[in-house]
Write a protein that binds this ligand. Structure first.
Ligand code: SAM
Length: 239
């Protein structure tokens, strides 16, 4: 494992220099954690939720087996996440979400479906990427329906922007893939432009990709499709 991209634990801002204010891709939403979600956090959290640390993740030790590692950013309530982990039992899934009810909801699904190949980090995925995942450590990245941040003054919060895509590409091993999906056409166009401009990545399709079989149509997506909304998948690979 190449840990050269992991900054030392004691990395500090020089004296007198204010911490740059990070522009985050999320806001902490209010939202009630249900009794069932809270119970799942209490009973299954210790086994499936990892602490955030400024140190490289030892994935084989964490999952109890060596297997291809896929990072998911922003799993929401975990409906697609659990489905994909079930249909791809030979892969390990490291899943980031900041919203507590979502963490509880995914843990509930893990318990109900007896899944063993998911670990959760309730933390900003950008920091996880920077501090826990060395270069060439990932076989895949899933970013499904990231917040579109519709207003132009909020576009800076969008996840798919050149600096983050460059970091994601560097964490993929050669041959690893980045799969994004969105139902907001202007964001799909931004994704196509930004991913297409990243030198380490190449598009597996001419532009948008057919939906890979492993990604399910979630309740949210089905509702959108019924209303006549489009969905765009993008699948790029590291050369
Ligand atoms: C619009 S929701 C989509 C959820 C899910 N992927 C789906 O398809 O239903 C986007 C989610 O990404 C999460 N998110 C946004 N930025 C994140 C980040 N930097 N780290 C972890 N989660 C993030 C938000 O909390 C939110 O739950």
């Amino acid at each position: 494992m190449n840990a050269s991209s992991i900054p030392p634990d004691n990395a500090q801002t020089p004296p007198g220099v204010a911490h740059p204010k990070a522009i985050r891709s999320f806001v902490k939403r209010a939202g009630r954690t249900t009794t069932g979600q809270a119970k799942a956090i209490e009973t299954l959290g210790p086994q499936f939720v990892l602490p955030y640390r400024k140190a490289a993740l030892d994935a084989p030790a964490t999952f109890g087996r060596p297997a291809p590692l896929v990072l998911e950013i922003g799993f929401g309530m975990g409906e697609a996440t659990a489905h994909i982990a079930r249909v791809r039992p030979d892969d390990n899934f490291l899943c980031c979400e900041v919203h507590e009810p979502g963490v509880g909801a995914l843990l509930k699904r893990i318990g109900e479906q007896g899944l063993t190949n998911i670990r959760i980090l309730q933390h900003d995925a950008v920091e996880v990427l920077d501090h826990m995942l060395p270069e060439s450590s990932l076989d895949g990245v899933h970013i499904f329906f990231p917040d579109p941040w519709h207003k132009s003054r909020h576009h800076k919060r969008r996840l798919i922007q050149p600096p983050l895509v460059a970091r994601l590409a560097s964490r993929l091993r050669p041959g690893g893939y980045l799969h994004c999906a969105t139902d907001w056409q202007p964001y799909a166009e931004q994704m196509l432009q930004v991913l297409g401009a990243e030198p380490l990545l190449h598009n597996t399709a001419t532009d948008y990709a057919p939906k890979p079989d492993y990604r399910p149509l979630t309740k949210f997506e089905n509702r959108g499709l019924r209303l006549g909304h489009g969905v765009w998948d993008l699948v790029f690979r590291r050369a």
